[in-house]
Design a binder for this molecule. Sequence first.
Ligand code: UP5
Ligand code: MG
Length: 190
Amino acid sequence: RVTEQPIVVFVLGGPGAGKGTQCAKIVEHFGFEHLSAGDLLRAEIKSGSENGEMIANMIKEGRIVPSEVTVDLLDKAMTKSGRSRFLIDGFPRDERNNQNWEDATHLAFVLFFEVPESVLEERLLKRGESSGRSDDNIESIKKRFHTYKESSLPIIQYYDAKGKAVKINGDRPVEEVWAEVQEQFAKSNI
Ligand code: UP5
Ligand code: MG
């Protein structure tokens, strides 16, 4: 494909759907740059940035950080990487996050992991035993689910209506999910 624009795949799905797990495998096999918006925000907290406290509060409350903060972190990470193909994990999460990306990038497709909420809850509680993540507790998890349904699902539905969403049943063993993800990337030719 001849394009000046970065090629982007959005990787979406509820909290704990397996976005990070599958992105690591995609990187290994298909050589994308993986940018997790959540990881960038957590790194920003650790860096002692003036936004740190605000971001930490939003994450614990399962709320979406103001778009300009996240978009700025993504922009910087994309520029710094010098790469042209990106997996953007856990973003866009609402309408505001979604503005301008379709013009500024070539959006190849949106990978969407479907997993029932009960399974997500179980995964996150288990991870919470050792993750140290401030939002892997039952109160924060419920808030994350609420935000996901209210703000993030409509974005996925928007891309689905445009024929851009690739839906994958994420409620299967990691390797089974990966087999389908791998097939999708192999046939997409990006
Ligand atoms: N696991 C993974 N796959 C499995 C499988 N197939 N079978 C069984 N277990 C599986 O996986 C989660 C857990 O499940 C792990 O223990 C894993 O081993 C297991 P993971 O791959 O980490 O799932 P992922 O979808 O990445 O889950 P994550 O918790 O990262 O998703 P969230 O979307 O909740 O978190 P994120 O880091 O993206 O965002 C956190 C917060 O940051 C948000 O709530 C929000 O407050 C803020 N944020 C913004 O404000 N804006 C943004 O743009 C992004 C984030
Ligand atoms: Mg993640």
